[in-house]
Design a protein around this ligand. Structure first.
Ligand SMILES: Cc1cc2nc3c(=O)[nH]c(=O)nc-3n(C[C@H](O)[C@H](O)[C@H](O)COP(=O)(O)OP(=O)(O)OC[C@H]3O[C@@H](n4cnc5c(N)ncnc54)[C@H](O)[C@@H]3O)c2cc1C
Length: 367
């Protein structure tokens, strides 16, 4: 096994695996490091919603990245299936965001208006249209329909990205990195059970990114726990992705995947009775057909959160050889592919489009 690659990636979650594949496609020798046992990795817990439009605010720096992220999966799902045989389950059949009252409706109608003004498909269903099209949802003031948003299967995605990375020559190493290694102002690699040397090291360890020893300065990434549960998909409800107030339900493999919570409780990837009860109540309030149905399983994961809710993508400015692809919070499945494209281009020395400015590591620090 080569432990002297061109590029070392710490963390083989969705972001690290996407980066490994992309950088290998560009012809580099890559080593992707993932621990043998994982507890709390966000990709394993994720709902896999591709919410490029549904929740975007006007002037949101992630809006265009989100659209590009969604497009990445539209174009990459086919080649991934051809190369690995794994279907990542991209379904872009739309997402409905339901307004429980007139005040919520007003916010969503504004969102429809500015997105349409910018030429994006986005519709408003009024109270009666919603009741007619989705009679299984609770009565509501209307709903925003983002017809091109959707979902994928995050477990299949990571499996496919890793398999394709391997096919492209990426070394997959099982190890837990404890520290970066350094010589002067050059990051020379990282250390776990083995020592890995590389010209470039990428930190893609999700919520754990800031725990590595030897970082030139603290990274502003903290765990945000999300709890999830599954119901059998309720009878009589046509499959679709429905968002309500602090709740969503996504169809996958005969189940309704429901979530979530946003909890700042440190590194504790567990479920709580309070968290699960809250999700059950909100899901049943959104879709009364779930009232007679018991949830069958629950789980949780740790999102890598940043103070401004934006990821950290790019070079560490104070040393050479260190790059970040982390801090993707609630949208890391949507943004993993586009993150990999951006990082690959930045590492090749290219200057990228405007939106990338918002995710630069420098925004948190002055030199
Ligand atoms: C409940 C929940 C629901 C979500 N739903 C959605 C959704 O619907 N849509 C969406 O876009 N996003 C969603 N997200 C967010 C998304 O899952 C994350 O943003 C994304 O997984 C972040 O990817 P990552 O690779 O940076 O981190 P992770 O997915 O956490 O992966 C990090 C990897 O690094 C590894 N690692 C950690 N420490 C080390 C170390 N020391 N050495 C080596 N490897 C290490 C871990 O084992 C892990 O596999 C959700 C998250 C949660 C928790």
């Amino acid at each position: 096994m080569s432990v002297n690659p061109d590029v070392l990636i710490i963390g083989g979650g969705v972001v690290g695996a996407a980066c490994a594949r992309q950088i290998a496609l560009a012809g580099h020798q890559v080593c992707l490091i993932e621990p043998e046992t994982v507890s709390g990795a966000a990709w394993r817990a994720s709902a896999g919603i591709l919410a490029a439009q549904i929740a975007a605010e006007q002037e949101d720096p992630l809006f265009h990245l989100g659209l590009a992220g969604r497009e990445y999966y539209e174009t990459t799902a086919g080649p991934l299936k051809d190369m690995t045989g794994i279907d990542i389950g991209v379904r872009l059949h739309g997402i409905l965001s339901v307004a429980k009252d007139e005040s919520a409706a007003s916010v969503l109608k504004d969102r429809v208006a500015w997105q349409r003004q910018q030429g994006h498909l986005c519709d408003w269903l009024d109270r009666d249209e919603l009741a007619e099209q989705c009679p299984w949802l609770s009565k509501a003031a209307g709903a925003l329909l983002a017809p091109r948003d959707g979902s994928l299967d995050p477990l299949k995605l990571v499996e496919a990205l890793r398999a394709d990375a391997k096919r492209l020559g990426v070394t997959l190493a099982q190890d837990t990195i404890t520290a970066l290694t350094r010589s002067g102002d050059l990051i020379t690699g990282a250390r776990g059970k083995s020592i890995y040397s590389a010209a470039a090291t990428i930190v893609a360890a999700g919520a754990w990114s800031g725990r590595l020893e030897g970082l030139p300065r603290p990274i502003s990434v903290e765990p945000i726990r999300g709890q999830m549960l599954a119901f059998p998909w309720p009878q009589g409800v046509v499959e679709g992705i429905f968002l309500g107030t602090d709740i969503y339900m996504v169809p996958r493999n005969g189940e309704a995947i429901c979530g979530s919570t946003m909890e700042h409780v440190g590194f504790q990837p567990v479920v709580t009775s309070e968290g699960i009860r809250g999700i059950e109540e909100r899901a049943r309030a959104l879709c009364p057909a779930l009232r007679g149905v018991a949830s069958t399983r629950s789980w949780s994961g740790l999102r890598p959160g940043t103070p401004d809710g934006l990821p950290i993508i790019g070079a560490e400015p104070s040393v050479r050889g260190l790059w970040y692809a982390t801090g993707h919070g609630r949208n890391g499945i949507l943004l993993a592919g586009i993150t990999a494209l951006i990082l690959d281009r930045l590492m090749a020395g290219e200057v990228l489009f405007e939106e990338v400015g918002a995710v630069r590591p420098e925004r948190f620090w002055s030199r």
